[in-house]
Design a protein around this ligand. Sequence first.
Ligand SMILES: C[S@@+](CC[C@H](N)C(=O)[O-])C[C@H]1O[C@@H](n2cnc3c(N)ncnc32)[C@H](O)[C@@H]1O
Length: 243
Amino acid sequence: MPDLIEHLSDYSLVRLLDIGCGDGAVTRRFVEKLPTITRLVGVDRDPVALDEARDCLQGLEPDVDCTVLQANAETLPFPDACFDAVLCCDLLHHLADVPAALGEARRVLRPGGVLVVMEIVADVQSSAEETGRDMHHLKAWVDRVMGIPHGESFSAHTVLQSLADAGFVIGWQERWPSEPLDPAHPADAEYIAGERSYLEDYLSFAEDSPDYPAIRRAAARIFHRMESRGFARQPQLVLIGRK
Ligand SMILES: C[S@@+](CC[C@H](N)C(=O)[O-])C[C@H]1O[C@@H](n2cnc3c(N)ncnc32)[C@H](O)[C@@H]1O
């Protein structure tokens, strides 16, 4: 995060909106590194995540005035131009309507305000990252079977084009890879076994779906690759878009 924070420090950001804040852990890390932020609003559609975010963000007060509320990214309940910065971390591929959400993010930003996007992308550079991407896509498939909007990750090009189409000017961008896990290394092998067992449990949510046999076949291929070649979490594209 250091480069991102250094670039954001130039903007003297005070009011931050985190859309799809989840459990608030990323929001908190972000705000702790940017001491100019004194007003924070986190929104998410999921009430369980919001309870976790409330707990997680409590410690930021009294230096930061925090509000956490349920809202839909595509129809934000805020007036125009009331935030200096909007953060979207791993949100875009969860949305049913990306242009509507980016339009809303732009509407609530003041002129010159910044949109910070951190988004896992489908462009991979190693077989370890490919396995990480395929694991994520498998989980997204199970979510869709359960009726939860969760698409496959976009290419970096698609993310950049979506922001440009929404009227943002891209100021800075970086690709953040993650450390590959090696099945020959005992600590990594243990972690990989834990990931596999988590995913096994997750797949069972799709048991009654007609897609289940195909999901199981895809899972068997991914598990084999995890244990023979290891995996790395998908890379993230991180960028600053200016209104
Ligand atoms: C992968 S999680 C990311 C959470 C957090 N930003 C992070 O990076 O840890 C995606 C979050 O977006 C939320 N979300 C998905 N679609 C949404 C929507 N249309 N409006 C608001 N939140 C949404 C989900 O509930 C989930 O908490």
